[in-house]
Every structure is written in structure tokens, then in C-alpha cells.
Ligand binder design. Structure first.
Ligand code: HEM
Length: 154
């Protein structure tokens, strides 16, 4: 896939230095890879995130849905989030929320699923801009609506 004249470690360097957060978890849902982008995004050092469950970054109320989806993917080998990104809120080390968009990639070894990689991006700013725009549109629509007809009194 890479030009053989390039460094052998090229793919590893791209993962290590990517601005996006890149995470890999084994079948058991335990984090095995956590790049510098993930350290920046979530505020956990790789040394503390690796070995912990993915629940580290999943808000409590979404954990069940996440594991239901996870188990389904492990059982069927298919995901609907390979092409269309999944948009979810995540939790940072300081407890603050972040709006995320991510795609996932199933990793296999000889046909057997060994785990799932995710590439995540912080879209908080875009979400806030979209929300402000939606609110403004609603305000303008309400302002433009003709007055309700006054009651006819015969
Ligand atoms: C902020 C962190 C995360 C949250 C809040 C979250 C939440 C969710 C939710 C709500 C679903 C169900 C979606 C649906 O049924 O439509 C889901 C599914 C899933 N999540 Fe997570 N997740 C997070 C991180 C991750 C990470 C890092 C990975 C992989 C390393 C991952 C792997 C999956 C998989 C494989 C599914 C099933 C997708 C499918 O049905 O095709 N999640 N997650």
C-alpha cells in the first residue's frame, strides 16, 4: 500500500502525529492504542487510557447503546458506521462534554475480528454554530408569521 522507498514506520508515524484522535480497542472493549490526538481531545495520557474500558469516554446514559451496537458488530461482522459517521457526545478527563463525529474500522486477523479502530474529531464548535443558526431561523420564522386572525365577533 505504501511506496517501498518510504520509511517502514510511515503508517505508525501518521497515526502518532495525526491531529484527529485515533483509538483502537480489542474485542473486549479495552483500549490498546491511544494517539496524541486522543490525549489532546480527552485529556487522558496514553499511559492511563491504555488498559481501560472504552467507557472512559462514554457518558453513562449511552453506554448500554454503545455495548449493544458493539456486540452486534462482533456477532455479525458488519457495521453501519464505516461509511456514515457516528455523531455522539463524549466525556473528557475533567468531566466536560465534547461533540464528536467518528468513523470506525473493523480490524480482522485471518477472518476473525481482533478489535475496532475509531478516528474521532471534535465538532463542538460546528454544533454550536449550527444550533445558533437553527435558533435564529426559528426566531425569524416566528417574526415573519402573519398575526393570528382576530376573533370574529358578529
Ligand atoms: C464518546 C464515545 C462514544 C460514545 C458516546 C458511543 C456511543 C455509541 C452509541 C450511542 C452507539 C449506538 C448507535 C446506534 O445504534 O445507532 C454506538 C455504537 C457503536 N460504537 Fe460507540 N461510542 C463511543 C465510542 C466508541 C469507540 C471509541 C468505538 C471504537 C473503538 C466505538 C465502537 C462502536 C461500535 C462498533 C458500535 C456499533 C456500530 C454499528 O451498529 O454498526 N464506540 N456507540
Amino acid at each position: 500500500m505504501t511506496d517501498r522507498h518510504l520509511d517502514h514506520g510511515l503508517a505508525e508515524r501518521i497515526v502518532a502525529e495525526s491531529q484527529d484522535a485515533i483509538i483502537f480497542a480489542g474485542r473486549d472493549g479495552v483500549i490498546r492504542l491511544w494517539n496524541a490526538g486522543a490525549e489532546r481531545l480527552f485529556g487522558h495520557a496514553a499511559s492511563s487510557a491504555i488498559g481501560q474500558s472504552l467507557e472512559l469516554i462514554i457518558p453513562e446514559r449511552l453506554r448500554q447503546r454503545h455495548w449493544d451496537g458493539w456486540d452486534r458488530v462482533m456477532a455479525t461482522g458488519e457495521t453501519k458506521y464505516g461509511t456514515e459517521p457516528l455523531a455522539v457526545p463524549g466525556v473528557r478527563a475533567d468531566g466536560s462534554r465534547v461533540s464528536l463525529e467518528f468513523s470506525i474500522t473493523i480490524l480482522r486477523d485471518g477472518g476473525e475480528i481482533v478489535g475496532i479502530a475509531a478516528i474521532l474529531r471534535d465538532v463542538t464548535q460546528r454544533w454550536e454554530q449550527d444550533r445558533a443558526l437553527r435558533n435564529r431561523v426559528t426566531e425569524l420564522e416566528e417574526a415573519a408569521r402573519p398575526e393570528a386572525p382576530s376573533e370574529i365577533t358578529a
